[in-house]
Design a protein around this ligand. Sequence first.
Ligand code: ATP
Ligand code: MG
Length: 285
Amino acid sequence: MVAQVVKLEKPAHSTLPSPAPRVPPQKGHVLINRVAVIFGRGAGAHAAVEETSLDIAPGEFVCLLGPSGCGKSTLLNCVAGYVAPTRGSVTVDDVPVTKPGPDRGMVFQQYSLFPWKTVLDNVAFGPRVAGRHDGEAIARTFLDMVGLSRFAKRYPGELSGGMQQRVGIARALANYPSVLLMDEPFGALDAQTRVMMQENLLRIWSEFGITVLFVTHDIDEALFLADRVLVMSASPGRVIADLAVPLARPRSPEIATEDAFIRLKRQCLERIRVESMRAFDQMNQ
Ligand SMILES: Nc1ncnc2c1ncn2[C@@H]1O[C@H](COP(=O)(O)OP(=O)(O)OP(=O)(O)O)[C@@H](O)[C@H]1O
Ligand SMILES: [Mg+2]
């Protein structure tokens, strides 16, 4: 049987052609309002995120940069609905986040695919759970978008790390989220694959006009991708710098050699260096 391939139902706010949506996106407004996260109680209590407020505009690409253990994943998980803030609240398009939902797609560092399902069934899973009868067609469309149509019937264990991560992105997009949350998604990939994945992600982002909140340790990655880079302090994390990245789009990897890029990198490095040393000292205490 030849599977039907659905026409992409992009959100109303997203218009082709690439690279930039002509109409500003209207969905995917993330508001983090005085969020603080403390794990545990009493003497064992550990403050993971200090009071943090952020306003992320629909369609914005924001990178969260900070030393290990500073609370990046915790903050991302508050937006995803996996972690409930101890204080404060998160809303997406004015709806309070209380649990995970299909409006927020998540891509993890470790490929978190169902190993017993084919690539196609992994991507079709979300739409099928949502009761859509055209889950397979949606999955084929998104697999095509990440360049993996030929591997639809394979199992995750038969794919390379980069390919599995592309399946992860296709799976997150198949729910038509308004926000894509990515936790060091390319951290485990080799340098070449990583660059290719970054370019692929920017293309998808510009086509869909989706809001992206992307966690990384890598300053070059953050500056290549983002409209805005948020630098977090050592634990307990709070945002200590909010840098606009006014570099022209579409971007190619050569942008890393431009003066404006290097200037921004220096600003990030200065802020990160102090915080990384603090984080290292904390872990030794
Ligand atoms: N479920 C949990 N229970 C208790 N403590 C936790 C939990 N999750 C995270 N922490 C602690 O909260 C702090 C922040 O962790 P988090 O994973 O958010 O850091 P991170 O910035 O993502 O680090 P990395 O860059 O290494 O991934 C750490 O000290 C961690 O040990
Ligand atoms: Mg993390």
